[in-house]
Design a protein around this ligand. Structure first.
Ligand code: 26V
Length: 827
């Protein structure tokens, strides 16, 4: 068993045909980097040394284009986008950069001449895991697409020293180990030591009368932390443009109390530094942990403030004043995490730049827009008023002022007290709390959801009142994914096949995938398509063997659920169905069962105990099922540890079936669903999030839809749902739950899952039991379809052919046109 780096697949040979001179120049450059920057020797260099040298050589190719992109945007005075996000889940960058620059083959041959393999070198790179899941990965796809469709953009975030924890599974249980992506250096970033902003916290506010008689609010902060910029270039497809990801690192203004140190207090003398620098130490790993609330607020304000200061400085370096800010800059709030930016921009404009309140508010609303990524009530951010008053006293005042005007307007528009309390920025129901979603909403000219269904649910439920009071501001922007990473790089074999079949234009225009439609019935093409899948499955099988010591059959159906572990995503439904299948196979061991490998991967928030129980259950079920000789190896369960971007790149090309089985109405969009369908997996899913739009495009014959609709879910909940009755009515469900509850999968501790099953019977809020039968039936349909290969592969090809619309280039063009008012290329 090992945790060796995944090989990074490059583009197949031939997409960029390098000439000898280019190969030699690149080789010389790599050698020079190795010797002069890494300080190594070719004969003794480690793969890691070669990685750094190759990345630095690639970076040189980017720098000139980077400067040109910036200079041109400035001289043309083009409007640009600032994407404020607490998370950027980037993964590796080398194959991305080489691929987009058209240098993959050049680099491959340059390294070959040195006796070094490019894929091995690319596999050395640590994943930049500065995000938890979908929201962070979307930000990374958007950065790549903005560069690819020529939208001038800065991504702004935090340079966490430790990204998302590494997941280690021991005895079936998740353990969290700190992740250390910067340990061996980061060749992509540029430290901008000259680019530092002061970010203030605490203290108090005084009003002071100026010489002209006007009153000004002066914030006397209690603490100042420096924000230092690190820039990473983001190269677009075919090197079209290079944008900037600017991440802030926290530094103490006064790193050492020298007096204390000299008196012998070596630890205490650094405490202020520790406190300041804790801000950019770790990514908030929880989707839901209570701990570290104040640190989290400090992180949010820290990066929002530094980013807005930087935005204003850049604007003023090119323009006379800030009144026309919104004509030049659009700021997108990626969820509510940067929403304090609304109050911060007001503070900067009014307190520091002397703008009138109303003018500042007009600018602010025109500048900001806000994307919502979840409607789960427990995920809607609020901050206790006393904490806000302590950490950001001036911002609390500004929020009250914004709220007063907002409520006045609503009252004038006829709102009654109930409506006023629903739309107020302050929730008065359980202690006074600031509603960050409301702040983001009122401070923005556009608010969007991330799939058609999700945007409609925003209008109908959580944001219905605000949308009524503020005039219809909600719009939909269905998510997308960058095809460069999720098709070209993750699946070079399939990409080669597509290029051979329908021509290289598909690399530039995802809509050309539709040219595959006629080939879906072509037996020879189907076979080639299946052969690519088979090769990817062999690679995944050997990865599984290496990581968890389990042998799986590459000819089996690979049934894949990979995402964060969360009750609403219903990994439990999948596990319970796995147990039902196991029971059925044991009952009729000689029947002709379709061989199946159930593959799971995903992390649980460290304090989310139920999610951790689900991981343990998956591993416990795996241990029993995988060892049961009566099954003749026809069912295997694999929980692959430490899901991250690179692991996703390895699993997705090998997936036959994509599990997208959330309780309808709860998954805002999903993006893994798009990646898997693009690579030709068939989806088994509910009508939730973007599944609805995938269904519309691929057609009901090519997807397995089951379960309650969002509307039916709401109806069931209203009526009061009884899980016990559902279990009593379904022998297969009951059999599976009984097996789990009675300790079949935890023989050493038979009661281990009694609580989990009892809990489900008592309160099945995600309707696992309600959807079980329909899911189980659909799974049988999957098996019978798998037994008809022509039919299966026809559907698989049609999936790839019909999901071109889910390119994040399309999503970005929609944001550009409808929300940001910036020009993008229109190809
Ligand atoms: C946050 C929380 C916090 C409290 C407890 C439960 C909970 C559950 C989920 C979240 C979501 C965090 C934000 C997020 O990653 N949302 C994801 O955004 C993706 C990109 O838009 C979208 O595809 C996913 O459906 C959505 O879950």
């Amino acid at each position: 068993m090992n945790d060796s780096p995944l090989p990074a697949p490059g583009l197949p040979a031939g997409f960029d045909a390098p000439d000898e001179a280019a190969v030699k120049a690149f080789r010389d450059s790599i050698l020079a980097k190795l010797v002069y920057q890494v300080g190594g020797r070719p004969e003794r260099a480690s793969p890691r040394d070669w990685f750094i040298a190759t990345a630095l050589a690639a970076r040189d190719h980017i720098v000139d284009d980077w400067r040109r992109s910036n200079d041109q945007t400035r001289s043309d005075d083009r409007k640009g986008v600032c994407y404020l996000s607490m998370e950027f889940l980037i993964g590796r960058l080398l194959s991305d950069a080489l691929g987009n620059l058209g240098l993959t083959e050049t680099a491959r041959r340059a390294l070959e001449g040195l006796g070094v393999d490019l894929d091995t070198v690319a596999g050395q790179e640590a994943d930049a895991a500065l995000g938890n899941g979908g929201l962070g990965r979307l930000a990374a796809c958007f950065m790549e697409s903005m560069a690819s469709v020529d939208v001038p953009a800065y991504g702004y975030g935090i340079r966490y020293e430790n990204g998302l924890f590494r997941q280690v599974i021991a005895g079936g249980i998740q353990h969290e180990v700190p992740e250390d992506w910067l340990a061996l250096g980061n060749p992509w970033e540029f430290e901008r030591s000259g680019l530092v902003y002061e970010v203030r916290f605490g203290g108090h506010v005084r009003s002071e009368v100026s010489v002209d008689g006007s009153t000004r609010m002066i914030w006397h902060a209690g603490e100042i932390v420096n924000a230092l910029a690190y820039d990473t270039p983001v190269v677009g497809w075919r090197g079209k443009r290079v944008n900037t990801l600017r991440l802030w690192s926290a530094r103490a203004t006064d790193p050492l109390q020298l007096g204390d140190f000299n008196r012998g207090d070596h630890v205490g003398s650094q405490s202020a530094r520790m406190r300041a620098e804790a801000i950019s130490r770790v990514l908030y790993p929880g989707d839901e942990s209570e701990a570290g609330q104040e640190l989290r607020l400090r992180q949010e304000y820290f990066f929002a403030s530094a980013s807005l200061q930087d935005i204003l400085r850049r604007h003023l370096s090119n323009h006379a004043d800030l009144s026309n800010l919104a004509e030049h800059i659009a700021v997108q709030l990626n969820d509510t995490h940067p929403a304090i930016g609304v109050a911060e921009l007001m503070r900067l404009l009014v307190d520091l730049h002397g703008m009138e309140w109303d003018a500042a508010w007009t600018v602010t609303q025109a500048v900001f827009s806000y994307t919502n990524h979840t409607l789960l009530p427990e995920a809607l951010e609020t901050w206790a008023v006393p904490m806000m008053e302590r950490v950001l006293p001036r911002h609390m005042q500004i929020i009250y002022l914004i709220n007063a005007r907002h409520l006045d307007r609503a009252r004038t528009g006829g709102a009654d007290d109930m409506l006023l309390s629903a739309v107020s920025l302050i929730d008065e129901r359980h202690g006074r709390r600031v509603r960050m979603g409301h702040l983001a909403f009122v401070g923005s000219h556009r608010i969007n959801g991330v799939s058609a269904l999700h945007s409609q649910l925003m209008r109908d439920t959580v944001f219905a009142d605000l949308n009524q009071v503020c005039g219809d501001r909600i719009t939909n922007k269905t998510n997308g994914i960058t095809f460069r990473r999720w098709l070209h790089r993750a699946n070079p074999g399939l990409t080669r096949l597509l290029v051979d079949a329908i021509g290289p234009a598909v690399l530039d225009d995802p809509n050309r995938l539709a040219d595959l439609v006629p080939l879906a019935d072509d037996a020879a093409f189907q076979q080639k398509f299946a052969a690519q899948r088979r090769a990817a499955k062999e690679r995944l099988a050997s990865l599984i063997a290496g990581r968890i010591g389990l042998r799986v059959d590459p000819d089996a159906l690979f049934d894949v659920q990979i995402k964060r572990i969360h009750e609403y995503k219903r990994q439990l439904l999948n596990i319970v169905q796995t147990v039902a299948l196991y029971n059925a196979m044991r009952a009729r061991p000689t029947a002709s069962w379709v061989p199946r490998v159930k593959i799971f991967a995903g992390k649980a928030a460290p304090s989310y105990h139920k999610a951790k129980d689900i991981i343990r259950l998956a591993n416990d079920v795996a241990a029993v099922v995988n060892d049961d000789p009566t099954l003749r190896g026809l069912l295997k369960v694999a929980f692959i540890p430490n899901y991250n971007v690179s692991l996703a790149e390895g699993i997705i090309p090998a997936a036959d079936l994509s599990e997208q089985i959330s309780t309808a109405g709860l998954e805002a969009s999903g993006t893994g669903n798009m990646k898997l369908a693009l690579n030709g997996a068939l989806t088994i899913g509910t009508l939730d999030g973007a599944n609805v739009e995938i269904d519309e495009r691929v057609g009901r014959d090519n997807i397995f839809i089951f379960g309650l609709t969002a509307e039916e879910v709401m109806e069931r909940k209203r009526a009061g749902y009884d899980a016990r009755a559902a279990a009593a009515a379904s022998p297969e469900l009951r059999g599976a739950l009984d097996a789990i509850a009675s300790g079949v999968f935890s023989p050493g501790e038979p009661g281990r899952y009694r609580g989990l099953v009892e809990g489900l019977m008592h309160d099945d809020r995600y309707l696992v039991t309600a959807d079980f039968d329909s899911y189980n039936t659909r799974q049988r349909d999957v098996a019978s379809r798998w037994s008809q290969p022509e039919s299966w592969w026809r559907s698989a090809v049609l999936n790839t052919a019909q999901v071109g619309w889910f390119s994040s280039d399309r999503t970005i063009r929609e944001y550009a046109a409808d929300i940001w008012g910036v020009a993008a290329d229109d190809s």
